[in-house]
Structures are given as C-alpha cells and as structure tokens.
Design a protein around this ligand. Structure first.
Ligand SMILES: [Zn+2]
Length: 141
C-alpha cells in the first residue's frame, strides 16, 4: 500500500484500504470464536467477548439503509453533508458520509460503493479525508 495514501487517511487509519486502481475497501474485524463481523474494528467481540479478533476485508459495495442531510457540525466539516447508514453483505451496518450525490435522488436500498473523500479541513486549513460511500453510477461496474 502506498505510504502517502495511508497517511492521508487520517480519520480512518487502518480501517480503509485502497488499491492502485483507486478501489476502496473498509476493513473491519471478525471474531475467530463466533464469526461476528464488526465495523469499525473492535478488539473484543461485542457478541461473545472473545479477544480472538482478526482483520476482515469488507465488501466495497453496500446498500443504502437510511440517511439524513446534516446542516450543523463541528468546525471544519464541509456542510451540508449526507450522513447515512450503509448495509454491507456481511450484515454490517456502517455509518458514513454519502458523497457526490444529490440528496433528492437517494433511495433506500440503492447500491453505493466505498470511496475516500475530503470531508472538511483541519485547524491548519488542510483537507482531511475519510471513507465515504457514493451512489454507483450507471455504466460503471
Ligand atoms: Zn465472537
């Protein structure tokens, strides 16, 4: 993994991976004892309290469960933004921003894919990035 890319993912750290083509995955954790998958990654299984946890690469695509247009946030965040819950096929519900989308076009269960987006600026005025999801555009796989 490209070191520069890694450093720019300062909000999500190891919870995001991106390959050379720009494809993005979230990395959760999977319990070796009961199989429960969680995101963000945890050190203790919320299901069975096991500490035998391994990193687990999640699907890059999910479906939109619910969302809200947010107009007020701590200083630095780009406003307004769309906050959403996205369901992944591993039965994991991820809280994330939806980017590059017109809120009026969002629909429940629409397919979205993971990406990395600039979500605001830090105190020094530098943009910060984190994982987000964006609607899958027609004609793209
Ligand atoms: Zn467990």
């Amino acid at each position: 993994m490209n070191e520069n890319v890694h450093q720019r993912l300062n909000l999500a750290g190891d919870a995001v991976q991106r390959d050379d083509d720009g494809k993005v995955w979230l990395v959760g954790s999977k319990c070796s004892a009961c199989g429960k998958i969680t995101f963000p990654p945890t050190e203790v299984c919320p299901e069975c309290m096991s500490e035998k946890i391994l990193p687990f690469k999640l699907s890059s695509h999910g479906t939109l469960y619910s969302w809200s247009l947010v107009h007020a946030a701590p200083k630095g965040w780009d406003l307004p933004f769309i906050a959403a819950y996205v369901d992944l096929s591993e039965e994991v519900r991820v809280f994330a921003h939806i980017v590059d989308a017109d809120p009026s076009t969002l629909k429940m269960d629409m397919v979205v894919e993971a990406c990395v987006a600039s979500l605001g600026k830090d105190e020094a005025g530098d943009p910060f990035e984190s994982y987000a999801f964006t609607p899958v555009k027609l004609g793209e796989s």
